[in-house]
Design a protein around this ligand. Structure first.
Ligand code: BGC
Length: 418
């Protein structure tokens, strides 16, 4: 504790000079890279130097592998995009700097919505600073394609299937998605929300209740999910999420189910979110908000210059000015209370209103697919089961529900044994 308060005092009293940070992230698509540019330029404006440690790959799997090897070599970057359970796991291993003294000194706590504060806290300590709140349960649709075909946006999964069948008949790919397990998990999660509802979702993923995981609701959710396999693009293997978005933009596909990082991609391609590409809650999930909180954690350092650089970066990330500029490009909404939303697009304004509403109604749900709901190894187990299921037309939903439960139980007992 003494050392930590020393580090804050040191940070605040050091003379102002150029700070250097290396930051690991996987914000590498066109839209994401533009958001990183916002951060880099605000950092550079303060006379600081940015060492970009960008690792390709949506969902962050490769980034996490690279980070592990750097940490094992005792050479982690100063900062990394770490979120949800992954953040807590690194924290438990003792790698991360406790930012509580800074938070207390600089009055950050009252600025954080309760969900943000809870997600970033571990045993009462603040382990990261938030960069933005993404909503995961979105349906994006190409308005022109819908208008041309005289179709109405689906508001539940039964309607989705009806609309998708009509599009398919016309030779239009209904659903833009690639075969990466995390993209498949995003789709599954939205089906679970829309077909099962919030109580089902909580019981299955937060409580990991065996009866729910193997029960009739889960079988129904899996059956619906399996149906959607018929609507994917011909070139589904290897399609990245942003390539799927490009397909949606060009009208090569009519819809995409994905978090609102899609919006960054749309703006980068000069498409207007909420106009050319409509944003709606994913079918059946009106009123619910599944969140993915992006955050940056700092790896422990001894060098006062590095500590200072981390502190400077954390301070910048916490400013309303940065949060507004970054999130307008990234597609998310600021992770601070009462943000000024006046310059945001329609979808972000909707996201913010829905977030507030969901907060009041107890409808905020951590995204399983995005690592907010279950430990990393359990999420991996779930994704393995889901992706083999989705890719095998003959797979049986009853048996898959059993497999899902087993995969979750075995990773849970593995975690308990540790
Ligand atoms: C991250 C987002 C990112 C998306 C696609 C998610 O896991 O939280 O910030 O845009 O992956 O790369």
């Amino acid at each position: 504790m003494k050392w930590l308060s020393f580090s804050v005092i040191a940070l605040l009293s050091l003379p102002v000079c150029a700070s250097q940070v290396e930051v690991l992230h996987w914000w590498t698509s066109g839209g994401e890279a533009r958001a990183v540019e916002v951060l880099k330029s605000e950092w550079a404006e303060q006379g600081n130097q940015w060492n970009d440690f960008a690792v390709q790959g949506g969902g962050g799997k490769s980034a996490m592998t690279v980070l592990k090897s750097r940490a094992l070599a005792a050479n982690p970057p100063e900062a990394a995009h770490l979120k949800g359970f992954e953040l807590h796991e690194w924290g438990s291993l003792g790698f991360l700097r406790d930012l509580t003294p800074m938070a207390e000194h600089l009055g950050w706590y009252p600025q954080l919505p309760p969900m943000v504060r809870d997600t970033l806290s571990q045993n009462g300590a603040l382990m990261a600073v938030p960069t933005g709140i993404h909503r995961v349960n979105w349906l994006w649709l190409n308005r022109k394609v819908f208008e041309r075909q005289g179709l109405k946006p689906p508001t539940d999964w039964a309607q989705f299937v009806a609309v998708a069948d009509k599009l398919k008949e016309k030779g239009i790919t209904p659903l833009a998605i690639g075969n990466e397990p995390w993209q498949i998990a995003v789709l599954f999660e939205t089906v679970a929300l829309g077909e099962g509802g919030k109580t089902f979702y909580r019981k299955a993923f937060l409580e990991q209740d065996s009866a729910t995981l193997t029960g009739p609701d889960m079988v129904r959710v899996l059956t619906r999910f399996q149906q959607l396999r018929a609507y994917v693009p011909e070139k589904y293997a290897g399609l990245k999420w942003h390539q799927a978005t490009n397909l949606l933009e060009s009208g090569g596909a009519a819809m995409q189910v994905m978090g609102d990082w899609v919006k960054g991609e749309l703006s980068a391609g000069n498409y207007r979110p909420g106009e050319d590409i409509e944003c709606l809650p994913s079918p059946g999930s009106q009123g619910l908000f599944s969140y993915n909180l992006d955050s940056i954690a700092m790896f422990k350092q001894r060098d006062p210059a590095q500590l200072q650089a981390q502190g400077e970066l954390a301070r910048l990330l916490m400013t309303p000015r940065f949060q507004e500029a970054f999130n307008r490009v990234k597609g998310s909404i600021p992770a601070l209370i009462k943000p000024d939303m006046s310059k945001f697009d329609r979808c972000a304004i909707r996201s913010y209103q829905d977030f507030l509403h969901a907060e009041q109604q107890d409808n905020l749900l951590p995204s399983m697919a995005e690592g907010m709901a279950v430990p990393t190894n359990m999420r991996q187990g779930i994704m393995d089961v889901l992706s083999s299921f989705f890719n095998d037309a003959r797979a049986n939903p009853e048996q898959t529900a059993q497999q899902l439960e087993r995969a979750m139980r075995s990773t849970r007992s593995g975690a308990e044994q540790k």
